[in-house]
Ligand binder design. Structure first.
Ligand code: AHR
Length: 309
């Protein structure tokens, strides 16, 4: 009886599970799928009740999801904003409802920084710089050659597309022989990456020396387009992309991709622990930057077994 009474008391005082509303961008890439798995698994492991909404790459769906989380009075809202701008109103609504907001993966562009508590994710400008740096180094082998670059941008208005373009340009701008001759969005998907690369090839053909893709999926789509055009990806056209998903490692091992700059999607565990701190009123850093590497094709086979996504 004593034991029973004790357990009844302790369960009565057991902390009620933390409820998190999470609005995800969509399922546009291998990266995104791994990110979703990471968040769902971490929530389960941590005993966090997760209300998960997939926005299918549409900001209006994300705004709706955030409003529904506010109406449901969740303990904390986390989201990866599809684009940077246009968040002021809904974030003010969350603040008025006293629900803390955590950004993961992508940043927002709001004047009032108190509209969110922290931002966990990669430094996308740095990723762009690393991609550019790799090309600068690679180009040293052929110092007199002109390098015509085509760029497959990510989703228009998204933080990774804006920042990866900026970081890359900053670095390659140092070499007057490097020129971006075409740049267009492929919306971070394989299908669009292929389609836009086909258009690039039609317009520029053999003039293209380098492809810079803002993510691996678009590069993988483009590889197909290049092969269908009778050229050798990774050889006739040097290919640089970002993420470091397994598909990119496979492409590197096959000699079709030259380098991938890592961007880790495994943000789930960190998100759950920060969310607990935020809800408990503990101070958290305003920016938590993911630590990442660069993987050229030469190390792909050796690294492949260590890849987690
Ligand atoms: O925001 C991260 C980017 O979004 C990844 O690099 C890309 O693959 C994804 O779609």
């Amino acid at each position: 009886a004593m034991l029973l009474a004790l357990s009844a008391t302790s369960s009565a005082f057991a902390a009620k599970p933390l409820v998190m509303g999470f609005s995800q961008v969509g399922a546009e890439s291998e990266w995104r799928t791994a990110n979703t798995v990471s968040i769902k698994e971490a929530a389960k492991k941590d005993g966090v009740t997760l209300k998960f909404a997939d926005a299918q790459q549409k900001q209006e769906n994300q705004v709706k999801a955030l409003r529904s989380f506010i109406a449901q009075k969740v303990d904390v809202i986390a989201f990866s904003p599809v684009v940077e701008s246009g968040w002021d109103t809904v974030l003010r609504e969350a603040k008025a409802a006293k629900i803390p907001v955590i950004l993961t993966d992508r940043a927002v562009n709001v004047a009032d920084k108190s509209l969110y508590v922290t931002f966990i994710g990669s430094d996308f400008v740095e990723e762009g710089r690393r991609a550019g740096q790799w090309l600068l180094e690679h180009a040293k082998k052929t110092p007199d050659a002109t390098l015509n670059i085509v760029e497959l941008q990510g989703t228009v208005g998204s933080a990774p597309a804006i920042d990866r373009k900026e970081g890359f340009q900053e670095v390659i701008g140092k070499n007057p022989k490097m020129k971006i001759i075409r740049s267009q969005t492929g919306d971070f998907t394989r299908a669009k990456g292929k389609e836009v690369m086909e258009a690039f090839l039609k317009a520029e053909g053999k003039k293209i020396n380098v492809l810079y893709a803002h993510n691996d999926d678009m590069a993988i789509g483009a590889i197909q387009a290049i092969e269908e055009a009778g050229m050798k990806p990774g050889k006739d056209i040097i290919i640089i992309s970002i993420d470091g998903v397994k598909g990119a490692f496979e492409a590197m091992i096959a000699g079709k991709l030259n380098v991938t700059v890592e961007c880790s999607p495994l943000l789930g565990p960190q998100l759950m622990s920060i969310a607990r701190d935020v809800v408990a009123g503990k101070p958290v850093p305003a920016r938590i930057t993911t630590v990442e590497g660069v993987f050229p094709a030469e190390v792909a086979a050796k690294e492949f077994p260590n890849r987690k996504y």
